[in-house]
Design a protein around this ligand. Structure first.
Ligand SMILES: [Fe+2]
Length: 290
């Protein structure tokens, strides 16, 4: 079994690279660190980049995770191959694009594009963008799942994720101490369901709520608090109908509690998504938010 060490980036196709660039820098609060070969690289923390956008079909979405080294990468590729999943190793040029030593790409059982990378570059300090939204870093993704029980078995069995909690059949999966880095959402097709950045505190989150509303950005859920992770959250709509989330105060499961931790089962009910009574205002979120 492979083991994911960290979530690293999302790569997104967009029909409007300039409009998306404005949004990511001036509305979301990321820093543009590079623009080359038609790719824009954005930073949210000390990692070289955590979001990449390129002109293309918005269904072109990939999530990158770090593994421990080339041996771990080879082991992961072997496990995936054994499951009948097609694995492709990235070329030298593709590795240079991603600032990684090596990577492989594949699709999870719902068709979500995934890359496993080795030794991705760090910068060592965060790069400030034009807007200080209080972002402390890219933290998790929601992934649409056509069969959450099957996909939970895949992410746990093949890639070493652990279940922190379940809402109905939808699992919140951790790969390190943070309560979840992957959330599986029941859906008719695969895709990135939302992209989360942590902010430093509730003041940043509430400032964002006023700022986003004043800017005409559609708020789709929150402010609220997840009873699962304990995080205070705000979800809002971005270009190409991608949903972005700010949250703060996510629970951790420390290493010394890892062995004894038991996933909790939450009802598939609105109060499992927000303990303050916030209700999602778009259909794709109503049944499946975490
Ligand atoms: Fe989330």
């Amino acid at each position: 079994m492979a083991r994911l060490e960290d979530i690293r980036y999302v790569r997104l196709g967009t029909r409007d690279p300039q409009g998306t660039d404005r949004y990511l820098q001036q509305v979301l609060g990321l820093a543009l660190v590079r623009h080359e070969h038609g790719l824009r690289y954005y930073s949210s923390d000390e990692r070289d980049h955590t979001l990449v956008c390129f002109e293309g079909d918005p269904s072109q979405q990939t999530v990158g995770f770090e593994v421990g080294g080339t041996d771990a990468l080879d082991a992961a590729a072997g496990v995936l191959d054994g499951l009948g999943i097609a694995v492709r190793a990235g070329s030298t040029a593709e590795c240079e694009q991603r600032r990684v030593q090596a990577f492989v790409e594949f699709r999870d059982p719902s068709g979500n594009g995934v890359e496993l990378v080795v030794r991705p570059l760090h910068r060592g300090s965060a790069r400030a963008g034009p807007l200080d939204a209080g972002i402390t870093g890219f933290s998790h993704v929601g992934l649409c799942s056509t069969d959450p029980a099957r996909d939970e078995r895949f992410w746990v069995g093949a890639l070493g994720a652990r279940v922190s909690d379940r809402i109905g059949d939808a699992a919140l999966l951790r790969i390190d101490e943070v309560h979840h880095k992957i959330a599986l959402f029941p859906a008719a097709r695969g895709g990135v369901q939302h992209i989360n950045h942590q902010v430093a505190g509730i003041d940043d989150l509430m400032r964002a709520w006023y700022r986003l509303r004043a800017a005409g950005v559609r708020i789709v859920f929150g402010p609220g608090r997840h009873p699962t992770s304990g995080a205070v959250f705000l979800y809002f709509l971005g270009p190409d109908d991608m949903v972005y989330e700010y949250s703060t105060g996510v629970r951790t499961i420390p290493v010394d509690q890892e062995a004894s931790y038991r996933p909790r089962q939450f009802a598939s009910a609105p109060e499992s998504f927000c303990m303050w009574g916030a209700v999602p205002d778009i259909e794709q979120f109503r049944s499946t938010l975490t």
